[in-house]
Design a binder for this molecule. Structure first.
Ligand code: FES
Ligand code: MG
Length: 585
């Protein structure tokens, strides 16, 4: 079983009730304080239930439209239980839900909106500490980006993975097996009856995707960063241990407020480097590159694509999890979970940095065990010698691109082939099976118009479908390039996040069908084999597309979003600067 989550009390210099931020709202002798106390009576609380106690905001991304967070409504009660037990005053705040499967065009369009909401809620209310509840893909970075910008004592409660999927004796991974069986259906290998059964078996409990997709990658990264209770990120959502962990987080945050143990003491450069190493060793999602760069930016840490490539080169893949490996998060938890995994990775980590629960990461993982060496490999017998993510550069990606090379057919990692270019996703969908395109297994499929602005929101279009006629011949992987992202549960020789994107005139905008493109992962290069004079001629003819949004949030997004290599944050949120405390007496 995964490591037990236990409380870890530490003696510290304690603040007094008068030091609390919430004291300004409740504790002074003025009209406003009188009003705030009267309104708290209206909420049904006596003075002794809240005055002088740390106010803990519980930010909950629960919603009926988010199957991954179904259990968070009741799990918030466990957090409150812990807050009350430790002498705090819990207040739950519903925040916007980013439901990966349902929200269009992509929840990535709204990650910064949730981060902004998180920041402004924490700032504008009488909050002394925060517990953030999320896990479905973008919710983890969004909540942590916002919280990092406010810098209160903060604990993240990860939603936990769903149970393993099942179908006719097979273990199914959400996402990963959805793509696989959909391809089997298109190849005529399975029918409607099997598909109906698969609908019931792919995702069969509350919790986030249980492959090493973006959700497991980012909640795992949160634990490595040190912002969760120890062992929290791999506990299955429906395991009773999840409630115990949530209550422990509630107790801990109250102590953190008294200790003034702020997020900035945990989210250091060392912590982010360890998160990158862990993401690589997990065989994690390429989305982590964008999210960690954005999160680090909010912490004042200049994490770059080069940090990912450098760390990946010396980090072995130890987690044998789909889509790169064999098992699922439930297996990972039983094998020792994140503490066991980190104990294997310890020589690559900064062990002397603090976490929310311990003075050092070394203390946090002391005594952690691994119970299954096939699920969590040893450094001597890794799944792969080198971390799964590589950063490519070249005339086609001057500001970089990424590829998850462990999830690709290895013969494609050095490949030259003729481009087949699609200007946008709709065109690609309409034409991918058009015999006139004469697509072969050697072709390089190119999708543009799918970046942060072009998508918009950089949708997960990066795993372009293999044309039907090639699928029927048994082709399961091809070199594919785009300025899009790819679902963490996807796989294939897909070059992603090409920057600058085509929408702003990146070289991807200049590729023509028939151009030769060379991918060489070992050399970390991506080249368009067209000479500079011809590219200059094409550039002179290129015209930027018109803005898509006339008003509203989309217009705000278009005006401020940064490119993939900078994390797709809003420039005005990413930049350093003072924000005054809001309380005006
Ligand atoms: Fe929510 Fe995969 S859909 S984590
Ligand atoms: Mg996903």
């Amino acid at each position: 079983m995964g490591a037990a989550v236990t409380d870890t009390p530490r003696p510290r210099t304690r603040r007094t009730p008068e030091d609390l931020r919430s004291h300004q709202w409740y504790g002074t002798d003025g009209l406003r304080s009188f009003s705030h106390r009267a309104r708290t009576r209206q909420l049904g609380y006596l003075p002794e239930e809240h005055l002088g106690k740390p106010v803990v905001a519980i930010l909950n991304t629960w919603s009926d439209i988010n199957p991954c967070h179904q259990h968070l409504r009741e799990r918030a009660e466990a957090v409150k239980r812990g807050v009350w037990q430790a002498g705090g005053f819990p207040l739950e705040f519903p925040v916007s839900t980013l439901s990966e499967t349902f929200q269009k065009p992509t929840p990535m369009l709204y990650r910064n909106l949730l981060s902004l909401e998180t920041e402004e809620l924490l700032r504008s209310y009488p909050v002394d500490g925060a517990v953030l509840m999320g896990g479905c893909d973008k919710t983890t970075p969004a909540l942590l980006m916002g919280a990092a910008s406010v810098d209160l004592p903060t604990v993240f409660v990860p939603a936990g993975p769903m149970l393993r999927g099942h179908w006719r004796g097979e273990t199914l991974g959400s996402g990963t097996d959805m793509w696989k069986y959909w391809d089997d259906r298109r190849a005529g290998l399975i029918g409607d009856c099997e598909m109906a059964e698969l609908e019931c078996g792919l995702a069969r409990s509350p919790g986030h995707c249980m492959t090493m997709g973006t959700a497991s990658t980012m909640t795992g990264a949160a634990e490595v960063l040190g912002v969760t209770m120890p062992g929290a990120s791999s506990i299955p959502a429906v395991d009773s241990g999840h409630s115990r962990m949530a209550a422990a987080a509630g107790r801990r945050i109250v102590e953190m407020v008294w200790e003034d143990h702020r997020l900035s003491t945990v989210l250091t450069r060392e912590a982010y480097e360890d998160a990158v190493a862990a993401v690589c060793a997990l065989g994690g999602s390429t989305n982590a590159v964008i999210h960690l760069i954005a999160m680090a930016g909010r912490s004042g840490v200049g994490l770059t694509l080069d940090d990912f490539d450098r760390i990946a080169r010396t980090t072995p893949v130890l987690a044998n999890l789909r889509p790169g490996g064999k098992y699922l998060m439930e297996d990972f938890h039983y094998a020792g979970g994140m503490p066991g995994f980190l104990s294997r990775l310890r020589d690559l980590l900064h062990l002397d940095r603090p976490t929310v629960a311990h003075d050092t990461l070394r203390e946090q993982i002391a005594g952690a065990l691994v119970h299954d060496d096939d699920v969590i490999r040893t450094v001597d017998e890794p799944l792969a010698e080198e971390g799964g993510i590589a950063v490519l550069r070249g005339n086609l990606a001057p500001d970089g691109a990424v590829i998850k090379h462990i999830a690709a057919e290895q013969h494609l990692l050095k490949h030259t082939g003729p481009a087949v270019v699609f200007d946008d996703y709709r065109t690609m969908q309409a034409r991918i099976n058009d015999p006139a395109l004469e697509i072969t297994a050697e072709s390089v499929l190119v999708l543009r118009g799918s970046g942060p602005l072009g998508g918009p929101g950089m949708p997960e279009y990066g795993m372009l479908p293999i044309p039907d006629h090639l699928l029927k011949q048994g082709v399961r992987d091809m070199v594919r390039l785009s300025d899009a992202r790819m679902s963490g549960t996807s796989y294939g020789a897909c070059v992603l996040h090409i920057a600058p994107e085509s929408h702003v005139g990146g070289p991807l905008a200049l590729v023509e069908t028939g151009d030769l493109i060379t991918l060489d992962v070992a050399a970390r290069t991506l080249r368009l084999e067209v000479d500079d004079a011809e590219l200059a001629r094409r550039r002179a003819e290129w015209r930027p597309p018109a803005a898509r949004y006339g008003r509203g949030y989309g217009a705000l997004y278009e005006e401020h979003v940064t490119q993939a290599d900078a994390g797709c944050d809003f420039a005005f949120l990413a930049r350093p600067g003072e924000v005054p405390e809001p309380y005006a007496g």
